[in-house]
Design a protein around this ligand. Structure first.
Ligand SMILES: [Zn+2]
Ligand SMILES: [Zn+2]
Length: 170
């Protein structure tokens, strides 16, 4: 194929990143993630177990303006946490499925990976609060895991740290 026949004009076209999409169960809420997450948490804390009714939650940490809501308006619900704080969880107004949450900083969203059309397209970068991990869950040795939390400065890629600083205006 000559250069003029290729779509981008170069012999080698890098693969175009396909934006991830997802939504609630009834389809009223639909979203698109316009970039890769900054980091992916798998949280085994008791709050997350209670909120999900499951063993853990998988959250994609992403700037709010990189989550494009193109259908529906998730409604905020303030949910008490064991430490006395509240976590704001955004739910579909119709089917009430939780799509994302905030932890006091609206500029950073925690998108629930289970609401992606293809949840298998992401994997956790870290496992946290493993002190309350259910005993039958076996974690891969290749992924860092912490009893409680961790220092993002030592674990996040430099590019993600820069994105976080920019999102938080610091
Ligand atoms: Zn819904
Ligand atoms: Zn948690």
């Amino acid at each position: 194929m000559s250069a003029s026949e290729s779509a981008c004009g170069y012999e080698y076209c890098p693969p175009v990143a396909v934006a991830r999409e997802g939504g609630c169960s009834c389809g009223a809420v639909r979203y698109r993630l316009t970039s890769e997450p900054m980091f992916v948490h798998c949280c085994h804390c008791l709050n997350c177990q209670r909120q999900t009714g499951s063993a853990f939650v998988i959250n994609l940490l992403l700037e709010a303006d990189r989550m494009e809501l193109f259908a529906g308006e998730p409604q905020p619900v303030d949910v008490p946490r064991d430490d006395g704080s509240t976590q704001r969880i955004y739910r579909c107004p119709t089917c009430q499925v939780a799509v994302y949450s905030e932890y006091g900083r609206p500029a950073v969203r925690f998108v629930r990976a289970g609401t992606l059309d293809e949840p298998s397209s992401v994997a956790p970068d870290v496992h946290i609060f493993t002190r309350s991990k259910l005993p039958w869950v076996t974690l891969p040795e290749s992924t860092p895991a912490f009893d409680l939390y961790y220092d993002s400065k030592t674990l996040w890629p430099a590019e993600s740290l820069q994105r976080l600083d920019a999102a938080l205006g610091r």
